[in-house]
Write a protein that binds this ligand. Structure first.
Ligand SMILES: *Cc1c(COP(=O)(O)O)cnc(C)c1O
Length: 401
């Protein structure tokens, strides 16, 4: 088979960052690729595929209902659209203009995130409550009036903030749905169960992160009535109402709107089927990938420990629930930014986690590593350290910031 990337003159890279969208997500398993290939070669009715795949995914992950989206960010947009306009055709057609006062999404300040564009893009107005270090129940309670369409909650944010149970109890009393952005936090599936136990109405999950599905897939799951309304905002409605029959899967009434605001977030049958197969594989053996990852990290560690110029520490990435290692460059006297640029420029081309680069620590997440990549990374790093500083002379200019 020809190498399309080589044809294009693009170098492939070793992904030691993890499921980063800027690198195209994670490598896909043969099983997922094969399912996508087979799905791509035949046509089906997309509403029926969504219904069938959504029902199986819901059963696999333990949710009342599920819908496949083009990523968790799209799931946030579609959930917001449903909370703003429900299944009322006139309101669906009007988005991002919201009829009536109910257009606010309330979020704790500490839960803000660059992904919040997903909600404002469909017409919501974000309202922050609390402070970076703490949020109080009354600060939420006083926003839960008839202007508020939804509350957004994100897991794993430190500080003295409102947990999912407190938020859901207050919101439920006011009849306002709670959406959880668990893009990076589910699986483990026990966390999803805890979110539903805590009262979450809808949960957005990335399909391309810990589930290792196509990285342009995601899941919106939760309350069946809300999930059912997603189709109206999302599916292509280039149909003739006179001939468009009920679904043969569920017998549900055919969706009869025009294209909703989610039409630009369309999902291919390859993504839907690829995600379904990835979720099946995860449920079959949740630890399979971590076992392989731990091996790569051990191989990397063995070489770097013997070299003795960096301090390698085992750590755990809490959101993705994955073992990682930190490579502390301080003993080597080299700066992380310079090493990152050399790893990108060299051969093999390598991208590592930079979240701690400000204190000269590189992070290696094994989720995207192929067998042998751990060793290749360690060898390349040792080579850079051997060459000494100065090879990044052009960097200041190159980076220009
Ligand atoms: C990754 C992420 C998203 C977006 O997920 P995609 O599947 O890439 O669309 C949304 N929210 C948070 C907190 C994330 O980490």
């Amino acid at each position: 088979m020809t190498d399309i990337y080589a044809d294009l003159g693009i170098r492939t890279l070793i992904n030691a960052v993890g499921p980063a969208t800027r690198l195209g997500g994670l490598p896909l398993s043969d099983e997922v690729v094969e399912a996508m290939r087979a799905a791509g070669q035949r046509n089906v009715r997309m509403d029926e595929l969504q219904e069938a795949a959504g029902a199986e995914i819901a059963a696999l992950v333990g949710a009342p209902a599920a819908y496949v989206t083009s990523g968790a960010a799209a799931a946030l947009s579609l959930a917001t659209a449903v909370c703003l306009a429900g299944d009322r055709p006139a309101a669906v057609d009007a988005l991002p203009a919201v009829a009536g006062p109910r257009r606010r999404v309330v979020v704790q300040r500490a839960h803000r995130d660059p992904y919040d564009h997903a909600m404002t893009a469909v017409g919501a107005e974000l309202v922050e409550i609390g402070y970076p270090g703490s949020t109080r129940p009354d600060e939420l309670a006083r926003e839960l009036d008839d202007r508020t369409a939804m509350v957004l909650w994100r897991p794993g944010r430190g500080g003295d903030h409102l947990d999912i149970t407190e938020v859901s109890a207050l919101a439920r009393a006011a009849g306002v749905p709670v959406l959880v952005d668990a893009a990076m936090d589910v699986p483990p599936l026990s966390r999803l169960a805890a979110l539903f136990d805590g009262g979450a109405d809808l949960v957005a999950i990335s399909g391309g992160k810990a589930f290792r599905g196509p990285h342009t897939a995601g899941i919106l799951c939760g309350r069946a009535d809300l999930v059912a309304a997603v189709a109206l905002h999302h599916q292509d409605m280039d149909i003739r109402p006179r001939t468009w029959r009920r679904s043969e899967v569920t017998g549900a009434d055919p969706v009869r709107g025009r294209h909703g605001i989610g039409r630009g977030m369309k999902v291919g049958r390859e993504q839907i089927v690829g995600l379904l197969v990835a979720v099946r594989a995860f449920v079959r053996d949740p630890d399979a990938h971590h076992r392989r990852g731990r091996q790569e990290l051990a191989d990397l560690r063995a070489l770097l420990d013997a070299d003795n110029r960096c301090v390698v520490r085992d750590d755990h990435e809490h959101h993705l629930d994955v073992p990682v290692v930190e490579i502390d460059l301080s003993p080597s006297g080299r700066q992380a930014d310079e090493i990152v640029r050399e790893l990108d420029r060299g051969n093999p081309r390598i991208h590592v986690g930079e979240d701690l680069a400000w204190r000269d620590v590189l992070t290696v997440n094994p989720m995207g590593l192929h067998p042998g990549d751990g060793t290749a990374l360690a060898r390349r790093l040792i080579e850079i350290l051997d060459a000494g500083p100065g090879h990044g002379a052009a960097d200041a200019q190159e980076v220009g910031r």
